[in-house]
Design a protein. Structure first.
Length: 134
């Protein structure tokens, strides 16, 4: 069985989304979320598989980076939910087989927790398969 080698890519957003990166303020985080989504969407137009990898990386880094933010206004929740709504189709449309998609989307404890419990900000209960969300 051949091993799938994913291209190495340096995501600009990755360094900005580290644990506790934004303190309690939501405005810088919302700006960075929008920038990350734009970067991922632009990349996915050129390379859908790489775009899906970026979306998964973003979702993995999101919760730890936002852990201290005051979400009482609802603005950060709205920004995160919009980002998820935008990125789930990027993951779903990537032309990869089911086994690779399953491996990539379940390798992260954060993604598994979100998919199973709906903890933090909601992800679909079923991750997309073959471009379809049940």
């Amino acid at each position: 069985m051949s091993k799938v080698v994913m291209p190495k890519h340096s995501w600009a957003f990755a360094a900005r989304f580290r644990a506790g990166a934004f303190g309690w303020r939501s405005e810088p985080a919302i700006t960075r979320i929008k920038e990350a989504v734009s970067e991922i969407k632009a990349t996915s137009k050129k390379d859908p598989i790489l775009g899906a990898e970026g979306a998964i990386l973003f979702l993995q880094k999101l919760s730890p980076a936002l852990q201290n933010i005051d979400g009482s206004s609802g603005a950060i929740g709205t920004a995160v939910n919009r980002a998820i709504d935008t990125l789930v189709p990027v993951i779903a449309k990537a032309p990869v087989d089911h086994d690779l998609r399953h491996t990539r989307t379940t390798r992260s404890p954060t993604l598994r927790r979100w998919a199973i419990t709906g903890a933090n900000f909601a992800l679909p209960q079923k991750l997309p398969v073959n471009g379809q969300i049940d």
